[in-house]
Design a protein. Structure first.
Length: 256
């Protein structure tokens, strides 16, 4: 099997709204797969279906050959997810956070202890392993968050806006670390609004809008097809240059 992730006609409805519309794609093992689209394109819904968080309305998805519906527990053991929102407990130290999440994966205590030390060395945080995460900078917290996603040694890593809000040094570190994960043989699905980041890191790029994948292919092939020097130019050609303003409904209930 040459593919780590496969989607076949994945569709998701929320009432009358179709968030993901008959989407099919394949992610090669060991590649970085860039998934991009404007706000509201359906990326997050698509990712949540692959992660077994949302059940598809129709269609199929597989991770390392396991059906995300029929074999959800097996899929969860195979994937590590770094969400845009940090999943950490501020009063706890990096070690305590990682111990907590490691136990959720039912990792052996001795193996977990060794894994935590190894990962904290990799993310350059061993020296502050006993400090509360709430005192860390955003970049430091994101490095703990990445370590959390890798605790159980997943085969597929899903990175949702991993450099959003980080300082330039942290951005550079995260990007280099992503390439390091690829060099170790991991498969990576990367979402980002930073087209430079997608252009630099991705092997394959899928451009999504209004629930559909508009174009998918190897990065250089897409640029050649659209006579573009950058993936950003391909993206804008397909999705348009009009602003995509969104207004939250959360304040409407308060009369604003």
């Amino acid at each position: 099997m040459n593919y780590a992730v496969e989607a076949e006609k994945l569709t998701k409805y929320f009432g009358n709204l179709i968030a993901v519309d008959n989407v099919s794609f394949k992610v090669r093992k060991g590649e970085i797969f860039g998934l991009v689209g404007p706000n509201g394109a359906g990326k997050s819904t698509l990712i949540r279906m692959i992660c077994t968080v949302l059940r598809p309305s129709s269609g199929r998805a597989y991770v390392e050959g396991y059906d995300v519906i029929k074999h959800a527990q097996e899929v969860r053991k195979l994937i590590g997810v770094v969400q845009e929102k940090l999943i950490l407990y501020a009063p706890l130290t990096p070690v305590e956070n990682l111990e907590f999440f490691g136990k959720l994966y039912d990792l052996d205590s001795k193996v977990l202890k060794e894994r935590i030390k190894e990962l904290l060395e990799e993310v350059k945080l061993l020296a502050v392993k006993d400090k509360p995460v709430g005192t860390f900078s955003t970049g430091m917290r994101q490095r703990v968050n990445i370590a959390r996603a890798l605790l159980h040694d997943p085969k597929v890593v899903i990175l949702d806006e991993p450099t959003n809000g980080l300082d330039p040094q942290s951005v550079r570190w995260v990007r280099d670390y992503i390439l390091n994960l690829k060099n170790k043989g991991l498969t990576i699905i990367l979402t980002s609004h930073d087209m430079y980041e997608i252009d630099e890191l991705s092997d394959t790029v899928a451009i999504m809008d209004k629930g559909k994948i508009l174009e998918i292919g190897r990065k250089e092939e897409l640029k050649a097809k659209y006579n573009a020097s950058k993936i950003e130019d391909v993206f804008l050609e397909l999705t348009g240059r009009e602003l995509r303003d969104e207004i939250s409904g959360r304040l409407k209930r308060r009369g604003w």
